[in-house]
Design a protein around this ligand. Structure first.
Ligand SMILES: [Fe+2]
Ligand SMILES: [Fe+2]
Length: 370
């Protein structure tokens, strides 16, 4: 995707040297067991609290944070945590219990998926009476609510496209080649300063937020963690590669109208051009990506025989499940945000400090005219 001709000057890189984030505080016995283990220098030490994984609410703060922390070891890890924990058998065993509970909850939530064609058609139909967060932010949202929204979204968008990369070696060609073509755009099409994660970091800075990777993990509640955990769950399991393709398709199909609303909302709330570029870029890019994902990723997977090497089992049903599971976790986050905002409450675990009280950022953000 070539940049818009009138695009604002891109910021210089903000994320490359930020380093891994600090460990968050625990939210219950499971996350305490995981975090307690990670603070230990010896990666083979088994985390305590294994027996609690089965009875915990898979949507709850404790289980979602524990799962998020386990997954983050496969991305950038945490400051002061030994990289060897990524493949600790004891920690992987605990993660497996958390994942099985979460996946079962997602399958219960979705039920038996309808035919894939109906699922994709539903996603393409923008509801005329939408009342979710992007509608609210456009019509009546405050700047503080926009800042909260960005903090929630920062956990994914500062590593945008990373969870979907796990699927690349797991897909047969030509679906693999098509997925990589989309991912090339997500990472800036050869221009690191245009990577979508970088555009998001610039938008955060424009709203007086710290764009450091993972910097808001401690204040982001379970509904937003579940959105990212769904992608990591699908991405990290070869058996779920069909669901990952469905999740990816759901994002690309539904993104353009919401991105257009958010760009307009943030402009109304006083954002500078760099504070809307991320969403303006997605209005254009995802209209193209949606076509690529549907016609060059999904269709080749469906036309292959079920036992074709690399093709998922029950490909259509699994793609439909992934798209619907992602829609459900997004709906849960939207409900959480709107319930909080309608009752005059903040939507994060703790209020954000006003921009003037920001601590020095872990990153350096500088304008860099091109
Ligand atoms: Fe993107
Ligand atoms: Fe995209």
């Amino acid at each position: 995707m070539s940049p818009e001709p009138d695009a604002a000057p891109a910021p210089s890189l903000t994320l490359a040297d930020a380093g891994p984030p600090p460990l968050p505080a625990d939210r219950g016995p499971l996350s305490a067991a995981v975090l307690g283990a990670l603070r230990h220098a010896e990666p083979s030490r088994p985390p305590a609290g294994l027996s609690d994984a089965r009875s915990a609410d898979p949507w709850g703060e404790d289980a979602q944070l524990a799962l998020y922390v386990c997954y983050e070891l496969h991305y950038r890890g945490f400051a002061g945590v030994d990289d060897g924990w990524e493949w600790s058998p004891a920690l992987l065993a605990l993660r497996g219990r958390l994942e099985r509970a979460f996946l079962a909850a997602l399958r219960r939530e979705v039920g038996e998926p309808p035919p894939l064609a109906a699922v994709l058609a539903d996603l393409l139909a923008e509801p005329p009476d939408g009342d979710g967060p992007s509608h609210h932010l456009l019509a009546a949202g405050t700047r503080q609510q926009a800042r909260e929204y960005l903090a929630h979204r920062s956990l994914y968008h500062l590593k945008e496209a990373d969870p979907q990369m796990w699927a690349v070696p797991r897909l047969p060609n030509p679906a693999k080649a098509a997925l990589v073509a989309v991912q090339y755009d997500e990472y800036g099409a050869g221009r690191p300063e245009r990577a979508h994660a970088e555009l998001f970091a610039a938008m955060m800075a424009d709203f007086g937020l710290d764009p450091a990777y993972g910097g808001y993990l401690d204040v982001v509640p379970a509904p937003a963690l579940a959105v990212v955990n769904t992608m990591s769950l699908f991405g990290l399991h070869r058996a779920l590669r069909g669901a990952l393709v469905g999740q990816f398709a759901a994002v690309e199909i539904t993104s353009p109208p919401g991105a257009a609303r958010l760009a307009a909302a943030f402009e109304r709330l006083g954002a500078s051009p760099r504070g809307t570029l991320f969403y303006r870029e997605h209005v254009l890019a995802d209209a193209v990506h949606e076509q690529l994902v549907r016609h060059t990723v999904i269709e080749p997977l469906l036309t292959g025989t079920p036992d074709r090497p690399g093709a998922p089992d029950r490909p259509a049903a699994e793609i439909a499940f992934g798209a619907l599971a992602y829609t459900r976790v997004e709906d849960r986050l939207a409900d959480h945000l709107m319930t909080a905002w309608r009752s005059g409450r903040g939507s994060l675990c703790r209020p954000l400090p006003p921009p003037s009280e920001l601590a020095p950022t872990r990153t350096q953000l500088e304008g860099s005219p091109r």
